[in-house]
Design a protein around this ligand. Structure first.
Ligand SMILES: [Fe+2]
Ligand SMILES: [Fe+2]
Length: 163
């Protein structure tokens, strides 16, 4: 009979997934900031890079809470999403649609994070891990705020320029 895996196993696996993803995002954001044409978008990426450092630290705290070593596990989803961002950087370099493309790529990243943190927060609550749930909630709010800020930049700067 296969091993009876439970919610705490899923929780640990998903924690490793988002830990891997956040560290990849931390490396990708400076490239996106460097590529951005408008100051608004560059500032938004730089601000979120700093926040992302905090996301990595919060995840390390959750690993501590569950008594496991902080360890990532390859996340194919974020690899693909970030690869698309790189494609935008390459293919739209120097063109007026570059920032609109970068906003779109970055929003895909934020939405991925939002789905992961939403799930992890629920599971932490279910497992009675209040402190972990709180940490996820703090990050979740920053991801959602970033997503909103990106929508604002799309509406006021990036899409207009691209059109
Ligand atoms: Fe994050
Ligand atoms: Fe994020």
């Amino acid at each position: 009979m296969p091993e009876a895996k439970k919610l705490e196993d899923l929780f640990h696996e998903t924690l490793k997934d988002i830990y891997y993803a956040e560290r990849k995002i931390l490396k990708a954001l400076p490239k996106m900031a460097k590529g951005a044409q408008s100051k608004e978008l560059r500032d938004a990426f730089e601000k979120h890079r700093d926040e992302t450092e905090g996301h990595v630290e919060r995840l390390q705290q959750v690993f501590e809470i569950i008594g496991k070593r902080a360890q990532g596990k390859t996340c194919q989803a974020i690899e693909g999403i970030l690869e698309e961002g790189e494609e935008v950087l390459d293919e739209f370099k120097g063109s007026p649609a570059l920032d609109a493309g970068l906003v779109s790529a970055a929003q895909a990243v934020e939405h991925y994070e939002i789905t992961r943190y939403g799930t992890l927060k629920r599971w932490a609550e279910e497992l009675g891990m209040k402190d972990a749930a709180k940490l996820f909630d703090q990050t979740l709010r920053e991801e959602a705020k970033t997503d909103e800020a990106l929508t604002g930049i799309a509406d006021t700067v990036a899409n207009r320029k691209a059109a």
